[in-house]
Design a binder for this molecule. Structure first.
Ligand code: SF4
Length: 440
């Protein structure tokens, strides 16, 4: 275990038996959303059969959930579906039970799942391993303690930094890494020519102090801000000050400030103790949470033409609340600068926006969205600008929710079918990949 600076943590860790462990802080984006199901879906998930045991911690989403569930049901008669993490855990255990070694079992799992999965796991024998789906959609890195005695996997480099660990490498798509007494053992299980790292990680999901390819996410977001000013110079000229949606728009606001020379006023403040993430709340809760969470310093805004920076517009309702507040505070004009291009399709890979109906950008243009949320205009960064700033190429990123081109075949099929239905007035009642109508 790492040397912990906090006595409380030290004491807590000291009480845990054993020498290996996994954890997870992610909310579930599959299965039911009621409290009991969310508690049941808490990770890591575990499974056991005939003396074999497995625990898995999972980041991503499985698209062919229903197909895998049918298979699991045949072997685990008491299996109760909670979320896709359960399915993956049972599927891997099943392959191990059939006598396969870990690499062969992981290979079969990689071939049978459609979706995004970055996993860390522990077997009943204490074997510690991690692997990434063949497209490498979600991040996962490996590192070690300064004394070389402890090894760790983490979605983001920030947790290695915080524990004074050294980052060793980002797992390759389709790679399995096991921890041995000599350190990390790396095996390329499946080689896929098409990498598809989630572009939304750069704009919203990852912490700004995490690094990908040696670059802080913060630096990339600053470049996003500079890009929007270059792409909309006339609108940048029609503004007196910059304001950021706290805290998601802060990093790009610095770039907007640098490129435009406009003053960045810290006049939108976030309530320190209202900590719910509006993104994952129910509709009715989202409005009141944002209303309580963000306050505007009226005298800084009154009579001003304001650029508001935001990382993304998903449903549009949170941005709408902030613009309403700015108008009440006397803002003369409100230009919205959004770093992630217009989201036109659902995500099946781990971000909780999984139906067309919930996405304001799936049926409205930027001009329409401006009218709906009360802005004078909505200026999205271009896809080209976003890709360039990440330092990746189009073929190395997943851009599915902004282009409609999904990197995995089943996701593409589901998206196409559901889009047709949606355009003909069909009302989606659940996450697309969990409905019978779209199962393979
Ligand atoms: S669809 Fe969008 S949010 Fe989902 S993995 Fe791809 S880029 Fe990321």
């Amino acid at each position: 275990m790492p040397k912990l600076r906090s006595n409380a943590f030290q004491e807590w860790f000291g009480r845990l038996p054993g020498y290996v462990g996994i954890g997870n802080v992610r909310y579930t984006t599959s299965g039911k959303c009621d409290d009991a199901s969310l508690i049941q879906g808490t990770q890591p998930v575990t499974a056991s059969i005939d003396g074999l045991k497995l625990a898995l911690s999972f980041n991503g989403n499985i698209v062919n959930t229903l197909q895998i569930k049918k298979e699991i049901d045949q072997y685990f008669t008491d299996f109760v579906y909670g979320c896709d993490s359960d399915l993956v855990c049972h599927k891997l255990l099943l392959e191990l039970k059939q006598g396969k070694d870990l690499a062969s079992a992981v290979s079969l799992v990689m071939q049978s799942l459609d979706g995004a999965f970055s996993m860390a796991g522990v077997t009943g024998n204490g074997d510690f391993f991690a692997f990434k789906d063949p497209h490498g959609i979600k991040p996962l890195c490996a590192g070690h303690s300064p004394d070389g005695a402890t090894f760790a996997f983490s979605s983001e480099t920030v947790s290695l930094d915080m524990n004074s660990f050294v980052r060793d490498f980002e797992l390759e798509p389709g790679e399995l890494v096991t921890v041995t007494k000599d350190g990390f053992k790396r095996e390329q299980i499946i080689k896929n020519p098409r990498k598809a790292f989630c572009a939304f990680e750069y704009a919203y999901f990852s912490r700004p102090d995490s690094r990908f390819d040696g670059k802080y996410v913060y630096e990339i977001r600053e470049e996003f801000g500079r890009n929007i000013v270059r792409e909309f110079p006339e609108i940048a000229k029609d503004a007196d000050i910059i304001l950021s949606v706290p805290e998601t728009g802060d990093d790009s606001a610095m770039g907007v400030h640098e490129e435009s020379g406009l003053r960045w006023e810290r006049a939108s403040r976030r309530h320190r103790y209202v900590t719910e993430r509006a993104f994952i709340l129910l509709n009715r809760e989202r409005y009141s949470t944002i209303d309580r969470k963000v306050n505007i310093l009226s005298s800084k805004v009154d009579g001003k033409r304001v650029i508001v920076t935001e990382d993304s517009v998903v449903r549009g309702d949170t941005t709408k609340v902030i613009i309403e507040k700015l108008r009440r505070a006397g803002a003369k004009r409100v230009h919205l600068f959004v770093t992630f291009p217009r989201i036109i399709g659902p995500c099946f890979y781990g971000i909780d926006m999984s139906t067309y109906g919930q996405l304001i950008g799936s049926k409205h243009s930027a001009e329409d969205i401006a009218k709906i949320i009360g802005a004078d205009d909505v200026c999205y960064q271009s896809i080209e600008g976003l890709v360039r700033a990440t330092g990746q190429t189009h073929d190395e990123l997943c851009l599915a929710c902004i282009t409609g081109k999904y990197p995995t075949p089943l996701a593409q099929k589901m998206a196409d079918e559901m889009k047709q239905k949606f355009l003909h007035g069909y009302e989606e009642k659940a996450r697309i990949y969990e409905t019978e109508e779209t199962s393979p």
